[in-house]
Ligand binder design. Structure first.
Ligand code: PLP
Length: 462
């Protein structure tokens, strides 16, 4: 069983630091000017203007000395590079899927897979669609449907697997009149949009058997499968003695294929893939791959990148690494909880999510409280976070009953130390202490798709 760290028992790094990168905190005036210039959208803030960057854990990992050494062994042949051979054999060994298709990142895998499997009028169920997955489902004219258990929408519920699909709802969908419109079922491990919450092995087993009964292919979004498997080992009855790789392998065996952004549990800065058992689908995907990404032995990546992914995927399943990784998330969550700051419980795999409804109850939905809180964390201490709420998911989602309004503090892998996390907790606490002074925002420029990336805002009433 993994050790559960507490505030007084911080996780100890299973690595030492060989290369360092300077960071600095701008003055309050400089931060205010940066916010104004950025239209109060933290995606428009320059990295150099940020002190602790918790915008995302995607592509922000520190690579190991072994990965950098692997980069030097890049064989940049267009076709048949040895790095592709290493990459393919690693993904096959970890997942058991025979057909491996590299892509430049996760959304490219979503683009190719959903264009093949979904169609106009189709319904695509998932526990919760990630923003780019949702956008790719909509792009092909299909409808994304979130079927997470009700506890997923309750920040205070102690449910250990808030990433689970609500099985009776999935069954009703597949057995009902809309059943024939479902071309595939997806499950996202961990459920990023819902707080990085894990999916239980029991739930994947049930979903798999329903899919098999109805002849529906099951595809997994495995961006954070190693973190999910670690949390299964930690929380699910009877799993404590198994390895993360064994648990992962059982999950993959239950599905027909997977897509992955290697920028998460691949411990690299760029890359992704599709893996499948379906030879005919793989052949069609490869034709499209050549059109959009590149030849099937590089798929939009430099060959040295494939080597780094191959090494990173193995390192991400190292249990000492995972114990520290998940330990950092728990450590930050414990620090915040000890100051009564409302967060999504229990903490998940890759970050701590602030519960905005309880943090800023005085702001109305139209005052964009999630965005206002993330802007305030930057203003207070140069900490960059991201809103996962009304702006990321919009009215269409609100209509579908989504009630979560979160601010995500995503922790990059192997990048920050205990002291950095203590600093972040202190900045959040200072904003918490003066929470009644936090002003709302309004959107002044709203693009139609994936608007959280490019929208601009202004202070409410300003
Ligand atoms: C990051 C992410 C994606 C998309 O991957 P990119 O590499 O950013 O394109 C898809 N699904 C989930 C759950 C993710 O977290």
């Amino acid at each position: 069983m993994a050790r559960v760290p507490t505030v007084n028992d911080p996780p100890v790094e299973p690595y030492r630091i060989k290369v360092v990168e300077s960071i600095a905190l701008l003055s309050p005036e400089e931060r205010e000017r940066a916010l104004q210039r950025a239209g109060y959208n933290l995606f428009n803030i320059l990295s150099e203007e940020v002190y602790i960057d918790l915008l995302t854990d995607s592509g922000t990992s520190a690579m190991s000395d072994r990965q950098w050494a692997g980069m030097m062994l890049g064989d940049e042949a267009y076709a048949g590079s040895r790095n592709f051979v290493h990459f393919e054999s690693t993904v096959r060994e970890l997942t058991g899927y025979p057909h491996i298709i590299p892509t430049h990142q996760g959304r490219a895998a979503e683009h190719l897979l959903l264009a093949q499997l979904a169609h106009p009028g189709a319904i695509v169920p998932n526990n919760m669609h990630f923003d780019t997955t949702r956008a790719h489902v909509i792009r092909v004219g299909a409808k994304p449907l979130d079927l997470a258990v009700p506890e997923a929408y309750d920040c205070e519920s102690p449910h250990p697997f808030k990433g689970d699909i609500e099985v009776p709802k999935l069954t009703a969908l597949l057995e009902g009149p809309a059943g024939p419109s479902v071309p595939l079922v997806m499950v996202t491990l961990t459920n990023n949009t819902g707080g990085g919450q894990p999916v239980s092995l029991a739930n994947v087993r049930e979903v798999s058997s329903i899919c098999r009964r109805h002849g529906k292919p099951l595809y997994l979004d495995i961006c954070r499968w190693a973190e999910n498997a670690f949390l299964i080992r930690d929380r699910e009855a009877g799993e404590a003695q198994r390895s993360v790789r064994e648990i992962g392998r059982e999950i993959f065996d239950l599905a027909d294929g997977a897509l992955m952004s290697a920028k998460k549990d691949g411990l690299v800065n760029m890359g992704g893939f599709i893996a499948t058992r379906d030879a005919r689908l793989a052949a069609r995907l490869k034709e499209e791959l050549i059109l959009f990404e590149g030849f099937p032995t590089y798929g939009g990546l430099a060959r040295r990148d494939l080597e780094a992914i191959s090494i990173g995927l193995r390192e991400a399943t190292d249990e000492r690494y995972l114990e520290h990784r998940i330990g950092q998330v728990r450590f930050l969550a414990d620090l915040l909880s000890s100051n009564d700051i409302p967060i999504m419980h229990p903490p998940g795999g890759h970050g701590v999510y602030l519960d905005v409804h309880r943090f800023l109850p005085n702001l109305t939905a139209s005052q964009l409280p999630g965005q206002a809180l993330s802007v305030e964390l930057y203003r207070e201490g140069g900490v960059r976070s991201v809103e996962v709420g009304a702006i990321m998911f919009g009215e269409e989602e609100a209509a579908s009953g989504r009630t979560l309004e979160l601010v995500r503090l995503a922790i990059p892998r192997r990048v920050y130390t205990e002291t950095h996390l203590r600093y972040v907790a202190e900045v959040v606490r200072r904003v918490w202490d003066r929470r009644t002074t936090v002003r709302g925002l309004r959107m002044v420029e709203a693009p139609e798709n994936l608007r959280h990336f490019t929208a601009r805002f202004a202070p409410d009433g300003g």
